[in-house]
Design a protein around this ligand. Structure first.
Ligand SMILES: NC(=O)c1ccc[n+]([C@@H]2O[C@H](COP(=O)([O-])OP(=O)(O)OC[C@H]3O[C@@H](n4cnc5c(N)ncnc54)[C@H](O)[C@@H]3O)[C@@H](O)[C@H]2O)c1
Length: 313
C-alpha cells in the first residue's frame, strides 16, 4: 500500500516507518526535521523535507496519491504551547488541517491521527476509558482534542479515520532534551552519571508504553478500527518506582535532586485500552522491565551523544 507518514523522522514516526517497510508498504515520509533526524528515516522510504503548513503539501500529496496517511508531525512541547499558543495552533491545528484536507483531496482511504492521553487531565477514574471527561491542561493537549473534533466534523463521510490517545511512550530514539519523556532523560543522565530531578514527592504516576506496542496499534488501525482509541498498558508506575527500576537495570546509583512540584501537573495516569483490544485485538506485549532493558541498551550505545537535562513529564 502507498502510505504517507508525517513526522516520520521523529521518535514514534521512524519506528512506525520501519515496521511499515517490513510489511512491504511503499512509504513517503514528510518531516521538516525541526526535531526528527534524517538518520532515523528508513533508507527504503522516500523522504521530502517539508513543513506541514507549506502550500506544497497539496501537490506532494496529489503526486504521491497515498492510500493511507499517518499524521504524527507536531509541535509537542507543552511549555512551548503555553508560552506561544499561536505557534502551537499554527502547527497542530492549521498544519494538521492542511494535511487532512490534502489527504481527502488525494482520495486517501484512511487517516490516522496520533493524539494524547493528556486529554483526560487529572482523571477521576483509573484506568481511564475513552468516555471519560476531557480536561486539557495545556494548549498542546487542547489542540489534540480540537483536531479530533475536526476529524469528526470534516473527515466524516470523506475519509475513514482513527485517532490514538497514547499513554507515555518510551523507547530507543526518544530525545532526552527539554520536556522529553522522563524515561529517556533518566536513562541518558544515569549513563552520563548526571543527577536526575524529581519534581514534588515522586509519587505521581504514569502509564509507560513501549514504542513497539504503539507501532503495533498504529499498524492494526490501517485497515480496521474507527474513531478514538486509548493505547496504553493500564499499569500505573510512579516516578520513584521508575527510578528504582532504572537503577537496577543500569546497576548505577543515580543521584537525585529534588525540585518543587509542578503546578497543574497530572497526578495519576493510566489508560483503559479495552476498546482497541475488543475491536482490533491489540494489546501491549512489552512489560516495563523488558522495554526499559531494550531502551537502556540503545541509550548506552549512544552514550556521549545524548544527555538530558530535566525530568520531563
Ligand atoms: N512521545 C509520547 O509520549 C507521545 C504521547 C502522546 C502523543 N504523542 C504524539 O505522537 C506524535 C509523535 O511524537 P514523538 O514523540 O515521536 O515526537 P518527535 O518530536 O520525535 O516527532 C515529531 C516529528 O514531527 C516533525 N515536525 C514537527 N513540526 C513539524 C512541521 N511543522 N512540519 C513537518 N514536520 C514537523 C519533527 O521534526 C519530528 O520528526 C506527535 O504528534 C505527538 O504529539 C507522543
Amino acid at each position: 500500500m502507498k502510505i504517507l507518514v508525517t513526522g516520520g523522522a521523529g521518535f514514534i514516526g521512524s519506528h512506525l516507518v520501519d515496521s511499515l517497510i517490513k510489511n512491504d508498504h511503499q512509504i513517503l515520509v514528510i518531516d521538516d526535521l525541526s526535531f526528527g533526524k534524517k538518520e532515523y528515516i528508513n533508507p527504503k522510504a522516500d523522504f521530502i523535507q517539508l513543513d506541514i503548513r507549506d502550500k506544497q503539501v497539496e501537490k506532494v500529496w496529489a503526486d504521491f496519491a497515498p492510500e493511507a496517511v499517518y499524521h504524527l508531525a507536531a509541535q509537542k512541547n507543552v511549555r512551548t504551547s503555553l508560552e506561544n499558543p499561536r505557534l502551537d495552533a499554527d502547527i497542530n491545528i492549521l498544519g494538521a488541517l492542511n494535511v487532512l484536507q490534502a489527504s481527502i483531496k488525494a482520495k486517501a482511504k484512511k487517516f490516522i491521527f496520533v493524539s494524547s492521553c493528556g486529554i483526560y487531565g487529572d482523571a477521576k477514574i483509573l484506568p481511564t476509558d475513552e468516555l471519560s471527561l476531557e480536561k486539557p491542561l495545556s494548549p498542546y493537549i487542547l489542540n489534540k482534542l480540537v483536531f479530533e473534533r475536526y476529524l469528526k466534523i470534516i473527515a466524516e463521510g470523506k475519509i475513514n479515520w482513527s485517532a490514538t490517545r497514547l499513554a507515555n511512550v518510551y523507547g530507543p530514539r526518544q530525545d532526552p532534551y527539554g520536556e522529553a519523556g522522563v524515561i529517556s532523560i533518566f536513562l541518558s543522565n544515569a549513563i552520563a552519571n548526571k543527577p536526575v530531578y524529581i519534581f514534588g514527592d515522586g509519587l505521581q504516576t504514569r502509564d509507560f508504553i513501549y514504542v513497539a506496542d504503539v507501532v503495533d496499534a498504529l499498524l492494526g488501525l490501517l485497515d480496521k478500527g474507527k474513531e478514538i482509541y486509548n493505547v496504553g498498558t493500564g499499569q500505573e508506575t510512579s516516578i520513584l518506582d521508575l527510578l528504582n527500576k532504572i537503577k537496577q537495570i543500569s546497576a548505577q546509583d543515580i543521584k537525585i535532586e529534588n525540585k518543587e512540584a509542578i503546578v497543574g501537573e497530572v497526578r495519576r495516569s493510566a489508560l483503559d485500552s479495552s476498546k482497541i483490544k475488543n475491536e482490533i485485538n491489540w494489546q501491549s506485549k512489552f512489560s516495563l522491565a523488558k522495554g526499559l532493558e531494550f531502551t537502556y541498551k540503545w541509550f548506552h550505545s549512544q552514550s556521549g551523544r545524548l544527555v538530558g537535562d530535566e525530568e520531563g513529564k
